[in-house]
Ligand binder design. Structure first.
Ligand SMILES: [Fe+2]
Ligand SMILES: [Fe+2]
Length: 381
């Protein structure tokens, strides 16, 4: 258990997030998110020791008919089987990577919100490169933790869903996510030699997905929202990095993730087609809450605590991050991938649209997103 003083500090630091977490005003949604928010933001359970146990609940569903009645999922399963790759064979780990090398900048300067942080330009060149390296390690660490969550949620989905074709596709996703954990972990350990703990907001999302027993919310949260975000984040990072191993690693991971988003859309289109209205409203509000959390709260506080807390206050840091051009581009890419799919699965009704409009997110409703994009289009961002 963390000391009380630490919990109070953490509660204040996350006060805005708690505010965001209640933005939909839907009591059913608030009730569901309260536990994960307390565990993630107040008790910081993702940072409390080397392991965290979660009370993962769902009903496993056996099917005895083995009916194949989802041809689109069957086709996706075939694509997944053909698309398997081996991190030991298909990635060249012998490539030397030095993120501090002044001759070979690791990421494009435009790719970093640090350029817009007051005081960054006054740092000496080596410290700047060190900060860039650490911010990249922070991002990849969050990818790694997210992939671990995706691995367990994919296991749960494979058990919980009732269609045979979905279970079979789910088994390929489990293998994919395990591979993603492996490659991000190895890249961080061998090439960046640094790993950050999980961000509290990401913890809240993973906790909410793992502990909710309704399989469709797991699909919605993981396959459509988090994987949509991941597609945007991986694509943005790939656009700006010059490092060939990381570029190839991201290209392969994006290819897998595109299938997972496609799978989520297929499953939810089918499920939400005749959802009773109160249940649809709850899903709409829940998805909206998740989008707000994603939009506002990935502000690299673990990196800030290490390098910037003694130079500037957290509010100034948050403002610099939120208002940076990089973050605004990143948000654009992320919602271009998520909003069209929310529409496709029927969660962008006239009732919820004004709220998305206020956040400026309806701009993306007619964008093409997975599964309409080709893999090449997806990889190029
Ligand atoms: Fe993944
Ligand atoms: Fe995935």
């Amino acid at each position: 258990m963390r000391p009380i003083s630490h919990m109070v500090r953490s509660a204040f630091a996350n006060a805005n997030v708690l505010e965001d977490a209640g933005c939909s005003q839907n009591p059913r949604v608030l009730k569901r998110l309260l536990g994960p928010a307390l565990r993630g933001l107040l008790f910081q359970r993702g940072k409390n020791g080397d392991e965290t146990e979660m009370d993962a609940r769902h009903d496993a569903c056996f099917t005895w008919t083995y009916t194949h009645d989802a041809p689109a999922m069957r086709a996706l399963l075939n694509t997944a089987r053909r698309g398997q790759w081996d991190p030991l064979v298909d990635l060249d780990w012998s490539l030397s990577v030095d993120p501090l090398d002044p001759e070979r900048p690791f990421v494009d300067e435009r790719a970093s919100p640090l350029q817009e942080v007051p005081g960054f330009s006054a740092l000496d060149p080596r410290t700047k490169r060190l900060h860039q390296r650490d911010l990249l390690a922070w991002s990849l660490s969050q990818f790694l933790h997210g992939e671990q969550g995706a691995l367990y949620v994919a296991c749960q989905l494979t058990e919980a869903v009732s269609w045979t074709d979905a279970k079979l596709f789910g088994s390929t996703q489990v293998v994919d996510e395990g591979r993603h954990v492996e490659v991000f972990d190895r890249y961080l350990a061998e090439k960046l030699e640094k790993r950050y703990p999980i961000n509290d907001n990401l913890y809240v999302m993973l906790d909410a997905l793992m502990t909710d027993r309704r399989w469709d919310l797991k699909f919605l949260g993981m396959q459509v929202i988090i994987e949509g975000l991941a597609l945007g984040a991986f694509g943005t990072l790939r656009t700006y990095t010059h490092e060939p191993l990381l570029r190839e690693l991201l290209r392969r991971v994006i290819t897998d993730e595109a299938r997972h988003v496609h799978f989520g859309v297929l499953a939810l289109q089918r499920t939400y087609a005749d959802l009773p209205e109160p249940d649809r409203h709850e899903r709409e509000d829940w998805a909206y809450e998740m989008c707000v959390l994603l939009r506002n709260r990935f502000l690299a506080h673990e990196f800030y605590d290490e390098h910037w807390a003694h130079r500037m206050g957290r509010r100034s840091w948050n403002r610099a991050m939120l208002e940076s051009q990089y973050m605004s581009r990143f948000r654009d890419t992320m919602f271009r991938r998520i909003v069209p799919n929310l529409k496709r699965i029927g969660l962008l009704s006239a009732r919820i649209r004004p709220r998305y409009e206020r956040l400026g997110l309806l701009t993306w409703e007619h964008e093409r997103a997975a599964p309409d994009l080709t893999i090449e289009e997806m990889v190029e961002g």
